[in-house]
Design a protein around this ligand. Sequence first.
Ligand code: SAM
Ligand code: SF4
Length: 384
Amino acid sequence: MQRLGLYIHIPFCKRKCNYCDFYSCTKLDNIKSYIDALLKQIVIDAPLYRDYEFDTIFIGGGTPSLLEPNDFERLTDAIKNNLNLTQGLEFSLEANPGTLTREKLLAYEKGGVNRLSMGLQSTFDNELKTLGRIHTYDEFVKNFNLARECGFDNISIDVMYSLPNQKTNDLLTTLERVSSLNPEHISSYCLKIEEKTPFGKIKDKLMLPNEDEEYEMYISMCDYLNKKGYLQYEISNFARAGYESKHNLKYWQSEEYIGIGPSAHSFFGGERYYYQDNLTDYISTILKGNSPEKIFEKELEIEHSVAHISKEDEYVMLKMRLSSGINTEEFKTRFGKEFLNSYPAVEKYIKSGHIVLLNNSYKFTPQGFFVSNYILTDILRFEN
Ligand SMILES: C[S@@+](CC[C@H](N)C(=O)[O-])C[C@H]1O[C@@H](n2cnc3c(N)ncnc32)[C@H](O)[C@@H]1O
Ligand code: SF4
């Protein structure tokens, strides 16, 4: 049977963080009817996936840990009763500090969750406050320890860097505190200022690190985490050996997955599509017995440049996010041509030290990862 990943979006948050443009609502009174709609969509769509087996599940958000035990149980029962699941599948759930209890953690574990992704962002309370987070560092540590006590032995921690007024030493202190908790996985994202967020509106007043400082942070972070035994396997992701996120690897390896919920993206049957980010429409459409409209993606955007996606460009763009890069033999088998003939601009980035050819694979160096969007725009000859 062919393998698939399953993503379920939980579009609710207690409060919107100042930087975040992921789709979520702070009005929490329709969580139950949203779960009703998800159950119905799983049942309606199940026949499409009869010949497939799901080997990863990722419940993300928003804030999935707002789900109470009985709603979570209803959701996992529907998944188990309607879809083929691989034994020993990876089942991740995003959990926000400030929303977790022992009762919830035990219910998630009972429902099959075997990987938690916890959003910390920073270990400094003043930074957490600036970001608009609902928790302190101390609350995070309590929740992390509680998750360990409840038996979670695969935990990822999210942090962000290049924060307002942040210095490299502040980031290194955060990483030192995070690695001393010994999580299995760490994601560290560069703060992106999204136009429509509160940060986007006061961007010029934010006292953000400049590009040189951001570069210093990125290189120091990669260096520090690698020394601590967290191997970088993607631009922003680091893991103990064997603990890479199998679900997220599917995105970068051009493998197929289904996303359900408003704003969730899918790659299925060779096509990429997503659902509109409108919770009330999503619920009412499904509860009336209809499937939500699929919006097909035809263009790809990086750094404000837009391109029609060829399968080849898409493969290069996604694969180059991984430290393993692009294997020349694999590329030739897949597309019937030499990688360098298709992407000759790669050579100048080898000369400049941004890309290396190692064991038949072209990969970004840490310096290359830092400017990877710029380089990919050039290599793929995107048009403005
Ligand atoms: C989709 S969010 C959901 C996680 C969860 N709700 C939380 O906040 O802990 C996943 C991660 O994306 C990162 N993120 C969200 N917005 C970001 C932004 N504007 N720039 C950089 N990273 C961002 C954060 O690290 C966050 O933990
Ligand atoms: S970062 Fe997480 S908690 Fe904050 S608004 Fe976004 S999804 Fe919600």
